[in-house]
Design a protein around this ligand. Structure first.
Ligand SMILES: NC(=O)c1ccc[n+]([C@@H]2O[C@H](COP(=O)([O-])OP(=O)(O)OC[C@H]3O[C@@H](n4cnc5c(N)ncnc54)[C@H](O)[C@@H]3O)[C@@H](O)[C@H]2O)c1
Ligand SMILES: O=C(O)C[C@H](O)C(=O)O
Length: 307
């Protein structure tokens, strides 16, 4: 347990993440920050009132300012607008870049040693905006998307072959967009290559569904996007850091030569521990996977040039 974790943005993803952090007792205190007056205070108080029933001692509070969050070890940043049907994540770029820039400056001001877990979309570019605005090193700005994309891929596979989700090991790399790269060569069920358990046609359909998993939820919800699985993804990353677990998770990291690429955030296998991003693991890729990762990088670089 650490002293304080702050969640910026008390909307769907942020409020759910705060509740999950509290229920897991990852910090003594959780601070929810939002610009909407009364919302973080009301949601924070409501969550704290669930503490005696759920049995956690993490104190949850809400605020419209950053002072109360000073000294937080981790900030989960979910501030910004979410897409609606017919929109792409990149349509959120200009609005969310302005929001994330201001959020990151405030974080750096009150908690210069914090680790930022970015969630706001378009994810890979928002990580870049946060790193620039905070001045933090790459070890302390990490994006959540790969855990979610992999969670979708794993859940669809578990359903298709009727096994426990816990026994599916997989990794989805690349940018958080339609060009994400599920690594079939590293997908196993308790060590058994996935290709031995499902035919190519069904596997291709699952890969495609995982790639479009965000849009599938938007189509159902209509007024916004997914938040239960996204908040789980962000909190799994926070837990790996708080407990210094050295977990290997697919996260957006600032590449400096890894995978032959430089100066962009992209989803790659990352070791997370108390220092944040502790290592980027470079796995061998097939020529097809390399080409797909390159294409995914191009899809990140294009909007990145606009901020
Ligand atoms: N990386 C991922 O995999 C992933 C998954 C789900 C959602 N998202 C993204 O996360 C973001 C939030 O999604 P949501 O569903 O929670 O949206 P939401 O609309 O429910 O909540 C967003 C909150 O941000 C707040 N906000 C706006 N400007 C702010 C500012 N300057 N400072 C503090 N708070 C501010 C709003 O008041 C609102 O409460 C979106 O950009 C969405 O696309 C990313
Ligand atoms: O799809 C979205 O806009 C939200 C998020 O990125 C997701 O994948 O659920």
């Amino acid at each position: 347990m650490i002293d304080k974790i702050t969640v910026v943005g008390a909307g769907n993803v942020g409020a759910t993440a705060a509740q999950r952090v509290a229920e897991k007792e990852l910090a003594r205190e959780v601070v929810l920050i939002d610009i909407a007056e009364g919302i973080p205070q009301g949601k924070g108080l409501d969550q704290w009132e669930s503490a005696p029933i759920e049995g956690f001692d993490t104190r949850v509070t809400g605020s419209n300012g950053y002072e109360e969050s000073a000294g937080s070890g981790i900030y989960i940043v979910t501030a910004g607008i979410a897409r609606k049907p017919g929109m792409s994540r990149d349509d959120l770029l200009t609005t969310n870049a302005g929001i994330v820039r201001q959020v990151a400056e405030n974080i750096a001001r009150v908690s210069p040693n914090a680790i930022i877990i970015m969630v706001s979309n378009p994810l890979d570019v928002m990580c870049y905006v946060a790193m620039k605005a905070s001045g933090f090193p790459r070890e302390r700005v990490i994006g959540m998307a790969g855990v979610l994309d992999t969670g979708r891929y794993r859940s669809f596979l578990a359903e298709a072959i009727d096994v426990s989700v816990e026994d599916i090991q997989a990794m989805v790399l690349g940018g958080h967009g339609d060009t994400m790269v599920p690594l079939i060569s590293y997908t196993t069920v308790s060590g058994i290559p996935i290709t031995q358990l499902i035919d190519k046609e069904r596997l291709d359909a699952i890969v495609d569904r995982a790639r479009n998993g965000g849009a599938e939820i938007v189509k159902y919800l209509k007024t916004g996007s997914a938040y239960y699985a996204p908040s789980s993804g962000a909190v799994q990353m926070a837990e790996a850091i708080v407990k210094d677990k050295k977990r290997i998770l697919p996260c957006a990291a600032w590449l400096q030569g890894e995978y032959g690429m430089k100066d962009l955030f992209l989803g790659v296998p990352c070791k997370l521990g108390r220092n944040g991003l502790e290592q980027i693991i470079e796995v061998e890729l097939t020529d097809e996977e390399k080409a797909a990762l390159r294409k995914s990088a191009d899809a990140v670089l294009e909007p990145m040039a606009l901020v």
